[in-house]
Structures are given as C-alpha cells and as structure tokens.
Design a protein. Structure first.
Length: 547
C-alpha cells in the first residue's frame, strides 16, 4: 500500500470483533481474534458524471474482455466456491508482487473511461469470473456468449477463482483500440483476453476452450432463470423482515422485467446564467424540524432555478417569530421529524396545529394568492395532516393521509412515475412524461375515504403515479413501493399552488443523481427533467409578485 501511495482511512474496528463459533457437538467457542481485516480507502473523482457501471449497455453490439492481474493463476483458497463445499482451500488469490502491474492496469482503465471506450466494468475478485459476467448480464437484462481458455478439468477453478481483475465491455468496433491501450500500459503478468460477445437474446453460453482438443459447453442456460437463483437468498432474507406477501409479489413481478420506456414531453434545459446572477430573486423558506434531513438537497433544488433560499427551523417560527410574509415559496422537507415516534410527521404537525401563532402564520401563507408550496416525503405527510392537500373544506371530507407501506418496512428505491395533467403549477408543461425518481419512505401509502378519492380524481389533483416496467400505472409491488391506490404518488390542491409528493425530486434534479438514465438522454439532455419543477415555480413567481 505504501508503494501504491494509498492512505488507509479505516480498519481498526474490524480487529475488535469477537465471534461465537458453533462446533458440531453443539458447543460454542468465542474467538477473539478477527476473522478478517477490513481496510477502507477512497479517492477523489475528477468527474462524477463519467462513470463506468457494471450493467451491460449495448447487448448485441459489444464485446467482453477479461483483464487478468494474476498471470493466469486460478487459486480457490478462501473462495465462495470453497465455502459452499465446506472447505478452505490451500492457496488463496493475491495481488501481483510488482506494483507497476496494478498501477499500469488501473491507469489504462482510467484512460479508457476518460475517453469513453469502456461501456461497463465489473470486478472479478468477489465471486470469480462467472459471477462478474452474470451480474453484468443480470443488471443489463441481456445475455452473452463467451469462451475461456481452460485445461480440461479446470473449468470450476477458471470460473470461480477470485483472482484480482476486471471484465470490461466495449463496443465491437473499439476492441482493437481498447486492447492496444491495455497491452501498452500493463504488460506481463497482466493478460487481457477477449472473452466473447453480448447478446440481446437472454441466454448465457459459456464454452471451455482447452489448449488441445475441441471446446465444449460449460453452461447454457437462460439468464432470467439464473438471475432468479441469484436473487433467491435475498428474497429469503427479506421474508424475515418484510411482509411475506410483498416478497412473493416481488419475486413474481420482477422475474423477467422489461426496460422502462421513459418518455419526455418537453425539452429540459439548464437555468440561464443571467437568472442565477439576479440580485433580487424570489425567496423560498426551506422549513425543517428536529429530525429533518432533506433541507440542503431541497435548498440546492430551488437555488438551481435561481431562488434565494433561506433555512428556517421550526424553532425560528416558534421562539423567534420569524415571519413567513417575506417568502413567496415554502418547502417542507423530507426526513424523520421527531424520529417518527408518533407516526410520520405527527410531532411536526402538532408543533404547528397546537401553537396558535404559528398556525395562523402558516394559514396566512397558505391563503395568500401569490404563494406556493412543495412538500416532499415527511413534508408530504405533514401537508396531509395540515389539510393543505387536496384542500381542507369545512366538513373535512377531503382529508387524506399517508400511512405505513404495505411491505411493513422502509422502502428506498429508484422508481418510475408518470406525470398527468393537473393544475399543479410546478408540473406545468411536464404532463405526459415518464421519468425515474428516488423514493425513500416507510409511510407513503395514500389513504383516503371514497369522497376524498372521488374529489381528487374528478379534479385531476393526483398528478404523479407509479409505473411498472411496461410504463403502466400500477399498484404492483415493488414498482409501487407502498401500495397506494391507483398508483398515487403526489396530490395538489385545486389552485395548483400547493403540491405534496412522496418521491424526491430534490434528489433527482441533477442528471448524475439518477440511478438509471437512458444512454441517449445522458448524451442529449443538458439538465435533469426534474429541474423544470423549480424553474416552473420561478416563472410563476415572476408573474405573481407580491404587492
């Protein structure tokens, strides 16, 4: 590590863990020495938007290359395969003794990433070559045909040895260029071997090619079935911590998934520099409470459209009497106010509803015709409790709530939603779009009586709906993470000025924040589609200035 110039960030804690080990006779023994040392390190990234992820990007138009740092060794000691057979093995993988092999290979791959020659990359040393290949296919939702150099009888070692190295995906017409870069910068004992091709057909074919004799098929199986086996352990664990019915639904609903058909009904654009430099800008209060954690993201979301953002803690309103009259916009942020001890946002709501001065301040803000609000996640739950959405009437017929997810647990997922026609000012011009967005909540299930639901549907006050992988509005788990009726993910009031939503646009307003974005969007779009929400709010503020 000294030769490589690596600084160790951590590792001490992994040396202080005692382990209780069971013996075949039923007795146990406490082992105080560590089973393993975990060393943590990290590095600065020059460009977070230029990332090579493991998922295969261009099935049928790309090639897979194995970059092997071990010099062709296939040691199985300590491997997952050995563990599966109750063995330890005699010899374990190790890094090359010469640091220039690691440095040269790493630098070559970094250069390939910078020049856009690598489509995807995955580590081999955690499970072996077969695991790296399969995980690339699982996440790319495709197949592959590869052929590996291997003596007869050594197929298992070739597939499961956890030797250091990578599998790269590159475009078919870029193979020579990639191989030249690797050979020029790495050298012996590093070997770069072209394994085979990716396929649109969801089948996995691995052939063994011995030095002497004809090649033979080692594996020929459907990718979807293999992915189902790979996911089984996770599903068994989920049954211990999640509603088993939801686990069964997820197993069935994600067995064979389609690529999400995202759609855009508008052209996202970055905010003009002149607007960002304006001396006088609309002011938005970023409201937070004890336990809130989304305030800085929300401030960045609005600042990216040109707003002047002011951090306002509830204590500023309760103790200091900070006026809301100075603001044209208000944002209730996400998080876990008061730890959700009384259920989500109830403690926060109590701090408003049972303090007459604070309640009147929020009521005055709500009634002003020149104001708007955005309430996200914990803030969405708060807006419902305050009666801000869809709109409180004297008989409280239209009250709604957001209650515990059907799964019974916190759900953090990158989901797909469709934007429908509605009066919501922040979603103006966005209807018809199907987009990806982050969602993270434990109590996000839309709940209402029939009167409220009919009122919302009749007035088009639910502008955001969860989609399945075919682009259909859904109640199916996990595409709908909470079980909301009719896939409802957001509600606004009839004026359109007040919008509350469970998913997080403030965690998706930059392109690189998306967990997945179509490759053509990455190249074509100058901004994330969700940025238009705060840009819409800014435009609306200019047309509805305070007197």
């Amino acid at each position: 590590m000294i030769e490589l110039g690596l600084a160790v960030d951590g590792g001490k804690d992994s040396l202080s863990m005692a382990t209780r080990v069971p013996h075949p006779d039923g007795s146990t023994e406490t082992v105080k020495s560590p089973l393993e040392l975990v060393v943590s390190a990290y590095a600065a990234m020059a460009d977070v938007t230029n990332v090579a992820t493991p998922d295969i990007k261009r099935p049928g138009k790309s090639v897979l290359i194995h970059v092997d740092l071990s010099g062709g060794q296939r040691r199985l000691g300590g491997s997952a395969l050995a563990q599966a057979y109750g063995q330890l093995g005699n010899e374990c993988p190790d890094v090359p003794p010469n640091r220039w092999v690691i440095n040269g290979t790493f630098d070559a791959i970094q250069e390939l990433v910078r020049n856009g020659l690598i489509l995807s990359v995955h580590d081999v040393s955690d499970g072996g070559l077969i695991v790296a290949l399969l995980e690339m296919a699982f996440s790319g939702n495709c197949g592959f045909k590869v052929e590996m150099e291997c003596p007869v009888g050594q197929e298992a070692a070739a597939l499961f040895a956890e030797e250091p190295g990578w599998v790269l995906e590159c475009a078919t017409d870029k193979v020579d260029e990639v191989m030249q870069e690797l050979i020029m910068n790495t050298g012996s004992p590093c070997r770069s071997l072209e394994l085979g091709e990716t396929t649109v057909d969801k089948s996995v074919i691995i052939r063994s090619n011995p030095p002497v004799g004809a090649s033979r098929v080692v594996l020929n199986m459907g990718m979807v079935s293999l992915r189902h086996i790979w996911e089984e352990t996770s599903f068994q664990l989920e049954k211990l911590q999640t509603n088993p019915a939801c686990v069964a639904d997820e197993q069935k609903n994600v067995f064979d998934i389609a690529d999400m058909p995202y759609e855009l009904s508008f052209n996202p654009e970055a905010t003009r520099q002149a607007r960002l430099l304006q001396a006088k800008r609309p002011k938005v209060a970023i409201i937070r409470e004890e336990g809130s954690n989304g305030d800085r993201e929300m401030a960045a979301f609005f600042a990216a459209a040109g707003f002047e953002c002011v951090d306002v803690h509830m204590s500023d309103l309760i103790d200091n009497g900070t006026p809301l009259s100075a603001f044209q916009g208000l944002a209730f942020v996400g998080g876990f106010s008061y730890g959700d001890v009384l259920d989500s946002a109830k403690g926060w709501a109590a701090g408003i509803l049972f303090n007459e001065t604070v309640r009147e301040a929020f009521d005055d803000f709500y009634r002003r015709p020149d104001t708007f609000s955005l309430s996200v996640c914990n803030g969405c739950q708060l807006a419902a409790l305050l009666g801000w959405i869809p709109k409180e009437d004297p008989n409280h017929r239209n009250r709604i709530r957001f209650i515990k997810n059907d799964s019974g647990r916190f759900e953090s997922r990158f989901l797909s939603v469709r934007i429908l026609e509605s009066p919501a000012i922040m979603l103006s011009g966005m209807a018809g779009s199907s987009l990806g967005i982050w969602s993270a909540h434990g109590e996000g299930k839309f709940h209402s009586n029939e009167d409220a639901f009919a009122y919302i549907e009749a007035n088009e006050l639910a502008p955001l709906r969860y989609l399945d992988d075919f682009g259909v509005i859904t109640e199916r788990y996990p595409f709908n993470p909470n079980g909301s009726r009719s896939g409802i993910a957001a509600v606004c009031d009839k004026s359109g000025r007040h919008l509350a939503m469970m998913p997080h646009p403030e965690r998706s307003f930059l392109k690189w924040q998306w967990a997945y974005m179509p490759e053509e969007w990455k190249q074509k779009l100058t901004a994330s589609p969700w940025l238009k929400m705060t840009q819409n709010a800014y435009d609306w503020c200019l047309k509805n200035k305070s007197v």
